[in-house]
Design a protein around this ligand. Structure first.
Ligand code: IPE
Ligand code: IPE
Ligand code: MG
Length: 261
């Protein structure tokens, strides 16, 4: 059988792995509607997919995995759906903390946590504290996250730091990219190499726009609840085929240039 789990994995094993995979986990609602189920059931099935994908990325040796769990725009959804999503997050954190510890996964949260329900915040704080020393993989869950909000918060932090430094010249000087980066929620994480969106939409929906400046984009029609190990491997296989240039020339072009010199 072409491209089954067992045939794809050996293919990606020898190639260069992305240092940072970011996933827009979309399509829970449609997955449920297609089955005549309430949207909530789609989110529940989506939480199981999270579990599978985290385990798969850890086993495969992906250093950083970012998951878009709740956007700054998702507050527009009905209150009962928002509540259900945070309830699922609480269940996930309670159920998976020991697995994270066992697998040496370091949990990070990107987003404005001040607005998220207190119970979730407490569970998050405790899980972050208990996993902060681990280096097996960083799991960066993006909650109440939006790139525009992240940038505004970074600017606010920079202004505050500059004012408190008391250095008049520094206050109005043009920031370097490093200063912005250090004040993003994702500070210290590598740039996104591979950005995956499920369920057929081909847009970024305010997700890691700066960090994904040179990410390879991969869109799949598979809805998030059906996303499996094989889908991750296929995305990585596609990533390994792409030629990344970062605005420069790739190796083949450079050689051609030399020949014609
Ligand atoms: C993704 O699934 C989960 C969240 C955005 C929290 P959706 O709920 O967006 O599913 P669709 O897009 O309605 O199918
Ligand atoms: C993006 O999905 C947010 C998450 C996956 C958490 P949405 O379903 O909210 O995005 P749009 O509204 O289709 O752009
Ligand atoms: Mg959606």
């Amino acid at each position: 059988m072409a491209n089954s789990k067992d045939t794809v994995y050996p293919l990606i094993k020898e190639g260069k792995l992305p240092r940072h995979i970011a996933i827009i986990m979309d399509g829970n609602g449609r997955w449920a509607s297609e089955r005549g189920l309430p949207r909530m059931e789609g989110h529940r099935a989506g939480a199981n997919a999270v579990d599978k994908v985290v385990t798969c990325c850890r086993k495969t040796g992906i250093p950083t995995l970012s998951l878009f769990a709740f956007s700054t725009e998702n507050w527009k959804r009905p209150d009962n759906e928002v509540k259900a999503l945070f309830d699922l997050l609480n269940i996930y954190l309670k159920k998976k903390l020991n697995t994270m510890i066992k697998n040496e996964i370091c949990l990070r949260i990107s987003g404005d946590t001040s607005r998220i329900p207190e119970k979730s915040r407490k569970l998050i704080d405790s899980a972050i504290q208990k996993t902060s020393s681990f280096t097996g993989m960083t799991l960066n869950i993006c909650i109440n996250y939006g790139s525009r909000d992240e940038l505004l918060c970074a600017i606010e932090k920079i202004i505050k730091n500059r004012i408190s430094s008391g250095d008049i010249k520094k206050i109005s000087s043009k920031p370097e990219w490093r200063e912005i980066e250090e004040n993003l929620y994702t500070s210290g994480l590598p740039d996104v190499d591979l950005l995956i969106r499920t369920a057929g939409e081909q847009r970024l929906s305010n997700f890691l726009l700066l960090q994904a400046a040179y990410a390879e984009l991969y869109f799949t029609a598979t809805g998030w609840p059906d996303f499996s190990d094989q889908d991750i491997y296929l995305a990585i296989m596609e990533f390994q085929k792409r030629i990344r240039k970062f605005g420069g020339l790739n190796e083949k072009n450079k050689t051609m240039e030399k020949i014609h010199e």
